[in-house]
Design a protein around this ligand. Sequence first.
Ligand SMILES: C[S@@+](CC[C@H](N)C(=O)[O-])C[C@H]1O[C@@H](n2cnc3c(N)ncnc32)[C@H](O)[C@@H]1O
Length: 125
Amino acid sequence: MREWEKWQEWSNEYIRVFLRDDVYGVEHPMRKEIRNKIKDLGVKTLLDVCCGPGVDYEGLKKAGLDIDYVGTDITSKMIESCQERFPEARFEVGDIYNLNFPDSTFDAVICKDVLCHLPDYVTPL
Ligand SMILES: C[S@@+](CC[C@H](N)C(=O)[O-])C[C@H]1O[C@@H](n2cnc3c(N)ncnc32)[C@H](O)[C@@H]1O
């Protein structure tokens, strides 16, 4: 594991900065692209696997998209930060290798900037 991938050791302040960051924040072109796709496809229920500090939820909210959203992440500090910032949404601690949602629970699933950090990225797919 690389030093900066020790997610549980990130400070609350760093998590908040990450959320606002120009590079990784809501205006990142990839995040915009994901939002556009979600809008175009008419997605109404969305699972954000490994949601981190909730940046994509923030973007969806700012874009005014009415979506039933669930964010999961293995790092409890990330989830705590999300719950604090976005109490209206559902965030849960969850391991990408062991998700327990029934089939067809969601219209779409996003998993951004995650697979490259996993020891085995094939199994979750
Ligand atoms: C680079 S961040 C990306 C966060 C978010 N998807 C984004 O684009 O802003 C990677 C996230 O993957 C989470 N993660 C790493 N391994 C995981 C696992 N096995 N199950 C669930 N989440 C995991 C980390 O806690 C971290 O929040």
